[in-house]
Design a protein around this ligand. Structure first.
Ligand code: CA
Length: 228
């Protein structure tokens, strides 16, 4: 899956790139409106993430020009928080969806998945680790067939753990994926949510699969390591 990210804030652009690459995308970055437009016009992208506020040519104009040129690539606009006008302008200009800044990676990847859903091949929407099953489209999870009552954030955290089952995830990696880029990775927010998740995912089933790896981070035990 190839994604074009048009964003002039370098730090954010790099973060988005890293996050999308972890989600399996090949990412090309463009830092200005005009380079973004020409990259998008060359085609070959499965999805375009377009910041609204860009130097030279803003995201709305790029969007309009692309649509006028007959380019149908799915397009997600990044807009300023609470700017209803931006959202309406973006959709009017031909964007397929929008996301307000700051956002969590889980939300970005979920939106992108929804946008490219109609494109073959359809990516798998169900993650399975042992008796844990998470549906990334329906946003539901079950353990041993029992529905888990999780908040959106807990679900996003579980998804990251499941995608990397058997691997150690640092707090920073988890924050990058599940929280917005303004969250300080040294805060204890991850530990707090890991506790919530254990309370709902492990404890009722008399399990302890969400492991603490001392000094490193957390790991969801892979099924092969599971001792029943
Ligand atoms: Ca910008």
């Amino acid at each position: 899956m190839r994604a074009l990210v048009v964003e002039d804030e370098l730090r954010l652009a790099e973060l988005i790139k890293r996050g999308l690459e972890r989600a399996g995308y090949t990412v090309e970055l463009a830092a200005t409106g005009s380079t973004g437009l020409s990259a998008a016009l060359t085609g070959g992208f499965d999805v375009v993430v377009l910041d609204a506020m860009l130097p030279e040519m803003d995201g709305f104009e790029i969007c309009e020009r692309l649509r006028r040129a007959g380019e149908t690539v799915p397009l997600l606009m990044l807009t300023a928080r609470d700017s209803v006008t931006d959202r309406i302008r973006g959709l009017d200009a031909g964007a397929d969806d929008y996301l307000t800044k700051p956002f969590a990676f889980g939300e970005l990847t979920a939106r992108l998945r929804a946008l490219v859903r109609r494109l073959p091949p359809t990516p798998a929407t169900t993650l399975t680790v042992g008796d844990l099953v998470l549906d990334t489209e329906a946003l539901t999870a079950t353990r041993a067939g029992v529905q888990l009552d999780l908040t959106a954030r807990e679900l996003a955290l579980l998804e990251v753990l499941m995608r990397h089952a058997g691997q150690v995830l640092t707090r920073t990696a988890i924050v990058d994926e599940v929280w917005d880029f303004a969250t300080n990775p040294s805060s204890n927010v991850v530990d707090q949510y890991i506790r919530y998740l254990r309370r709902k995912v492990d404890r009722p089933f008399d399990r302890s699969d969400i492991e603490t790896v001392r000094g490193l981070g957390y790991r969801l035990r892979a099924p092969s390591h599971h001792v029943p």
